[in-house]
Design a protein around this ligand. Sequence first.
Ligand code: PLP
Length: 375
Amino acid sequence: MSIQMVDLRGQYLRIKDEVDAGIARILESTNFIRGSELTAFEAELSAQLDDVGTLGVANGTDALQIAFMALGIGPGDEVITPSFTFVATAEAIGLLGATPVFADIDPKTFNIDPSAIESLITERTKAIVPVHLFGQCADLDPILELGCNHNLAVVEDTAQAVGARYKGRAAGTMGGFGTLSFFPSKNLGCYGDGGAVLSSIPEWLDQARLISNHGSKKKYHNEVIGVNSRLDAIQAAILRAKLPHLDAFTADRQHAADRYDALLADVDAIETPHRADYGTHVFHQYTIRVRGNDADRRDALMAHLNAAGIPCYVYYPIPLHLLPIYKDNPDSCRFGDMTHTLQAANEVLSLPMHTELTADQQEQVASAIKGFFGV
Ligand SMILES: Cc1ncc(COP(=O)(O)O)c(C=O)c1O
């Protein structure tokens, strides 16, 4: 079996009966939009995540946009977020006419550095959006404290970290809002697009629910400008089949990460992922650094692995503040010192990571890496 970056089919075959039964249930009922399947999934997701309030939406990008709309974020406002992340976070801010303000990262965790945030706060700042990158939480307590002290909302982008814990608390449940993505390759992925908004503040979640449904609670009584963003019933049924397996899937990923750590321990040219002592890592990605701050050297390793039939990717090669959207429009963002962000973009490489990865496959990956460095 060839090595894959993500093996969705292998995982599906393990839980096929449960998934197929869920899809068949919806086809039989023809209850495709909203309805009891979505309500049941929202309740089960809530139980999994420390009883936080949940709202299923169409994807993780919508979840961010809806959270920002519920907070009233709009033109003239600023939102602080990392630059070393996927574009969706900043995109949702810009779409509402607000300005992303990019902060540098902690080089150990790749997550926003709490100590880089305060100097970026102005009277226009409305929110801080930490992204729990690669499956590990940002150091949230100091960020929540900044939020409290400066009256700023904290929105946790938890697209990559469902199931992770920070000091015992579930990722996505600690800020005013949390957001999830159920994109197929995510740790809890559906078989299409999906996402969720999380909040422990009932009025905030109500506002998000209103916005996600064309701004109306009662049909044809639209109260605010909203969007049409729903988690399909078929996707909810698939997620209901997968949710009871999430803890086991997480354990599979953690087990695979431990194996990589052991296999790569003697390769001095690379750095394996750091596990912060404040929480758990659910390894959405297993991301190594190729030491030396040299993208060419990292890219040479990637080409060597690809030639050996091993897929691997750079998440993310271009920090957001250097993307054409922002670079070519200097007024469209602000940013602080980006030393660690730039170095990460030159050094990171994500190796195959999924619930079906075998010891034999991981040994092949490790031996190809060792071959490149002559270890
Ligand atoms: C950090 C982060 N935020 C947001 C998103 C957006 O999620 P979606 O693709 O479901 O819109 C992603 C998806 O890749 C992501 O990785």
